[in-house]
Write a protein that binds this ligand. Sequence first.
Ligand SMILES: NC(=O)c1ccc[n+]([C@@H]2O[C@H](COP(=O)([O-])OP(=O)(O)OC[C@H]3O[C@@H](n4cnc5c(N)ncnc54)[C@H](O)[C@@H]3O)[C@@H](O)[C@H]2O)c1
Length: 253
Amino acid sequence: MTGTGALAGRTALVTGAASGIGAAIAEAFAAAGARLCLADRAAGEGLEAVRDRCAAYGQHVVDIHADVAVEADVRRLFAEAAERLGTIDVLVNNAGILTERHVADLPVALFDDMIAVNLRSVFLCSQAVLPGMLELGFGRIINIASQVGQKGGAGLAHYAAAKAGVIGFTKSLAREVGGRGITANCIAPGPIITPLGGGLSEEWTGPLLAGLPLGRFGHPEEVAPTAVLLASDPGGNLYTGQTLGPNSGDVMF
Ligand SMILES: NC(=O)c1ccc[n+]([C@@H]2O[C@H](COP(=O)([O-])OP(=O)(O)OC[C@H]3O[C@@H](n4cnc5c(N)ncnc54)[C@H](O)[C@@H]3O)[C@@H](O)[C@H]2O)c1
């Protein structure tokens, strides 16, 4: 291992790293000493700007454009990441979309797209990263779910279904690979101020804000340290199959 940060010597791949929570996790990982592969489907400056911010911490950072809902893209992403960085030992499945529609008016295509981007991608990326982790005998898989997957939300049934699916998938994976040195956990943030949440209607955000014990929405930088904890040794060692909730108190277990 080189360096002194909590993630020194680790090599992490973060999906959806061009914006919001993924960008904040990437930067926190870089600050903690990890080498990084940043993936996003978005064209434009977002991914390159995040790459440059992370590289400023002195880490080796590569960025790869890929759509995690497309199986061939995921295969290309992980092959290229392995070629350029070696074994990925931390995976953050963060890429996600959010649309709002009541079930009675929800087009099948919108439901299918939600499942493909927010749930199927978690399976595809986890399956792609596992061979290297199994060979290494170490791995940390961190899936970004949502508090909506725990409590549901009017107009968000398709999003809630995908995120609840992520939580169930993660618990099952944790049981499969725990004996091989690999952990799998979820982070289920509450409302966080990012471009994703900006499109939500007042029907959803008004009552939500009023009911939050902390009385405010969060910022991506307040979610990222939970990902650093789960990826770190010894801090993350005993978490597996868990769902951690940086959520302003929206959901309590
Ligand atoms: N913002 C919130 O309030 C909130 C709350 C709970 C959970 N989340 C979850 O956090 C994650 C990040 O959301 P955010 O708020 O930072 O959103 P964001 O829109 O700021 O960032 C999401 C990123 O994912 C990328 N992306 C989307 N689909 C992709 C695909 N198919 N392939 C590759 N990249 C793709 C986008 O280009 C974007 O850069 C999502 O999974 C979201 O569901 C967000």
